[in-house]
Design a protein around this ligand. Structure first.
Ligand SMILES: [Zn+2]
Length: 455
């Protein structure tokens, strides 16, 4: 136990000395350790996290949200019985506790208190914990001042009680706002409350220009090299150096994992972050009954036919990859026919993407363990074991690119194929995409913008 504590202390020291820390939000991202892709069955009940697949974790720390943990069906008692959050996640590195404010965005006030949250973090055993916050949203425009003030007041109480109780985790103060002035007021209050680590929330769908505009405005407050600054939900390779210039020291984002199975066309990234479309081959047995009835009424299939069709396509992909029995065009044509019948709602919009994926075979060039082990399977959009592994691969690519950006001043970020502000391919991130409009560089910092200017 003492050894584990020493390991964790060393991990934490290494972590704090890093110039930019990347946290991966944990959304119970597990796959079967052993899976037979042809038979479509797990070979054991053992499930693993990405950091148990790769030799090194593709992040500097994990971020756990109170709400996400509860949604996963693992309540605090179960995790405590399992020895705490590090044991639960089977991870020795830093764990960042977050209260999950998006989940109660529709509530007038947060559903728990500051002492509840502190106690929760302490019992969980997190290394860093963010203060209680309430997100400002255009949906409740009239409450914007109330929400900011709740967040500021909670942060003050959070720090006072953290000091009184002598909690060991690092307290992080959350700043919420809707324009430069309101973020400035929030950050100023956090610094007055003696926070050495602050987190800027509510900007995950803002453009890089908007975020930089806010950071520029905050610069007099956050330029202190002893102050750590986190940006919630923002990890953009091309902008990392700019964010750092303005004092940002940590980021988090799960978008590279989510887009593997939520993105329309951008599902897999190569080493220069060029996106590829994963090939949809859903399980025939899971076709929705309404879709199935429609297919039957069109005379396109019956139950047996659909199953055979799916099996033939899977074999075709396998033969294409392994033996080169078909051309990429032939496989794409077969997929297009299947897609037009089976996944009609998408109107074949992804077919060009399939052809590119099949022609360029990006899985063959990736040195990551997943691509080496499962090959073309990583690019087939089909079930958790392929889809989440594709997300793990994306996190591997992202983290390796990030290290290049950080370690090599000559590394040309413009060569990275990252769209940066383009979150439109990811519905979950796009939910708040209209929240901000760009703040032009020439906007007077003292100008008071209305909420409409931002949303
Ligand atoms: Zn890979």
């Amino acid at each position: 136990m003492l050894e584990l504590e020493c390991d964790m202390k060393k991990e934490m020291q290494d972590f704090m000395s890093r110039k930019l820390k990347f946290f991966m939000p944990d959304w119970s991202d597990l796959v079967n350790r052993d899976y037979n892709y042809v038979a479509e069955e797990p070979l054991s009940d053992v499930k693993v996290y990405s950091h148990e697949i790769y030799d090194h974790a593709n992040f500097d720390g994990l971020l756990v949200s109170k709400i996400k943990l509860e949604q996963s069906g693992k309540n605090l008692e179960a995790i405590m019985n399992n020895g705490g959050i590090h044991q639960y996640l089977r991870y020795n590195g830093p764990v960042f506790g977050d209260n999950g404010a998006y989940s109660y965005i529709d509530e007038k006030t947060p559903p728990f208190t500051v002492p509840d949250l502190l106690n929760y973090y302490d019992r969980l055993g997190v290394d860093l914990g963010v203060s209680l916050d309430h997100i400002v949203t255009p949906k409740y425009e009239d409450d914007k001042h109330l929400r900011k003030d709740i967040t500021i007041e909670a942060a003050g109480k959070f720090m006072d009680r953290h000091q009184d109780k002598g909690y060991e985790f690092v307290p992080i103060g959350s700043a919420q706002g809707w324009n430069k002035a309101s973020y400035y007021e929030s950050v100023e209050a956090l610094i007055d409350a003696n926070y050495k680590y602050i987190a800027i929330g509510g900007v995950s769908s803002a453009t890089t220009k908007t975020i930089v505009g806010i950071l520029k405005h905050l610069h007099p407050l956050i330029k202190d090299p002893d102050l750590d600054v986190h940006l919630f939900g923002v990890a953009r390779i091309k902008s990392v150096r700019t964010f750092m210039e303005y004092g940002v020291t940590s980021l988090d984002s799960a978008s590279m994992i989510r887009t593997a199975f939520k993105g329309w066309r951008k599902n897999y990234f190569d080493s220069s972050y060029q996106p590829y479309t994963a090939i949809r081959l859903p399980f025939a047995s899971r076709v929705r009954s309404a879709d199935f009835k429609a297919l039957v009424s069109l005379g396109l299939t019956d139950a047996a036919h659909l199953g055979d069709w799916e099996a033939d396509l899977y074999k075709m992909l396998f033969d294409y990859d392994k033996y080169g029995l078909y051309s990429a065009e032939e496989v794409t044509e077969a997929l297009a026919l299947f897609e037009s019948a089976y996944i009609r709602t998408y109107e074949n919009k992804r077919i060009d993407g399939y052809l590119k994926t099949l022609k360029e075979k990006p899985w063959k060039d990736c040195p990551c363990r997943i691509c080496k082990e499962i090959g073309i399977e990583v690019l087939i959009f089909r079930g958790n074991n392929r889809n989440r592994r594709r997300g793990f691969h994306n996190a591997y690519v992202f983290y390796h690119l990030l290290q290049k950006v950080l370690d090599d001043p000559d590394f040309d970020v413009d060569a990275v194929d990252d769209d940066d502000d383009d979150d439109a391919d990811l519905p979950s991130a796009g939910a708040f995409s209209d929240r901000f409009v760009e703040i032009a560089d020439d906007v007077d910092d003292t100008e008071q913008l209305t909420l409409d200017d931002f949303f």
